[in-house]
Design a protein. Structure first.
Ligand code: SF4
Length: 353
């Protein structure tokens, strides 16, 4: 007897899934996760890897968009974002297991057990001991990316060893390898894996040449491989029709930037902005930059402050009331220094009530 089909939920350009969305994805959708890039080191050589050349295979660490200078920076960033979780990524975080464990323990210690942490790894270094240490540190969810056939054994091992950590798989959708991907999903389903996340295949500075050499066509303002989204959505429907127990979720590339990342930037900018700074819909901060006695008077009245060289940063709401207006936008970064250049600011501006 065939298994009953499961409902498919599709919001075009946002998600398509059958089954239950992984917890890590729910936090991402709210923009309430920080991203900790623990190391660029990785033992794999995936031709489709989109990680930038300045990071991949280098032992560098970042939290969100900024270099990680001290471990405590992850806590600082989580406070700034008002985060309720973290995504640990790389490279392969297990290539620097000690650092990864310290990050997980610190976040759990400061923010408590409910702070949700998920981690990506190919599984190459997922030994029994490494998995046990990750569980002890408090990891909530692990997403394995088997880059070679033998790594399925690593997934089996994770299922056997881990008790409180949810085990899933995450892979990009190569539009010419759909049958292979379906076979993998059926196998994972039989193994009892809880979920698989399918990512739209993104083109980047690093992988563009390899993708084109292999005959993939790339298009879009955020470049993606043509056919990857259609194939991903079709696989979700196929899995639902077959009544597979494994949850299958497709995540479009544009969603990562236009929703997840933007929401995180907006959350952070709203929390750290000064009273006169305005938050743009993209999550940037903006001020009106000007100089002159009118500007000085407005700053003294609390509409802004001096930001160097007799230049004043004022509330953009004063547009139209101050001559020589120049709006500057800048990302909400740690340290909060205004990246304002004095060059080009109007020589004289005055308050026009
Ligand atoms: S395993 Fe991940 S980080 Fe490593 S090369 Fe492959 S895609 Fe890139």
């Amino acid at each position: 007897m065939s298994k009953p089909a499961r409902p498919v939920r599709v919001l075009p350009g946002v998600y398509a899934y059958a089954g239950r969305l992984p917890d890590g994805c729910i936090h991402c959708m709210h923009g309430s996760k920080i991203v900790v890039f623990v190391t660029g080191l990785c033992g794999d050589r995936c031709f489709y890897c989109p990680v930038s050349p300045s990071r991949l295979y280098h032992d560098v660490a970042y939290v969100d968009e900024e270099p990680l200078e001290a471990l405590w920076d992850v806590v600082d960033e989580a406070y700034r974002v008002g985060a309720d979780g973290a995504s640990i990524t790389g490279g392969d975080p297990l290539a620097r297991l000690g650092r990864t464990l310290r990050v997980i323990k610190l976040l759990k210690e400061v923010f408590g057990d409910d702070f949700h942490i998920h981690l990506y790894t190919s599984g190459r270094y997922a030994t029994t001991e490494a998995l046990r240490l990750l569980e002890e540190a408090g990891l909530d969810e692990i997403r394995l990316h088997p880059t070679e056939g033998w790594m399925l054994e690593r997934i089996e091992r994770a299922l056997q060893v881990l008790r409180s950590v949810r085990v899933g798989v995450e892979v990009p959708v190569l539009p010419d390898r759909v049958e292979e991907l379906k076979q993998l999903i059926e196998r994972l389903d039989r193994m009892g894996v809880e979920f698989i996340n399918l990512n739209e295949l993104e083109a980047s500075e690093r992988n563009m040449r390899q993708l084109i050499l292999r005959g993939y066509r790339v298009s879009g303002s955020k470049p993606v491989v043509e056919g990857s989204r259609e194939a991903g959505e079709a696989i979700v429907k196929w899995a639902a029709e077959r009544g597979l127990r494994i949850s299958v979720h497709f995540c479009p590339a544009v969603y990562k930037d236009s929703v997840q990342m933007r929401l995180r930037l907006v959350r952070k900018a709203m929390r750290i902005r000064k009273s006169y700074e305005e938050v743009t819909p993209e999550g940037m901060l903006q001020v009106l930059v000007t100089r002159g006695p009118g500007a000085a008077r407005l700053a003294a009245e609390g509409y802004g402050e001096e930001c160097g060289g007799s230049v004043y940063c004022l509330s953009p709401r004063l547009r139209g009331r101050v001559a020589g207006k120049l709006v500057r936008r800048y990302p909400a970064l740690r340290g909060g220094a205004l990246p304002v250049e004095v060059e080009g600011v109007a020589e004289e501006s005055d308050y026009s009530p």
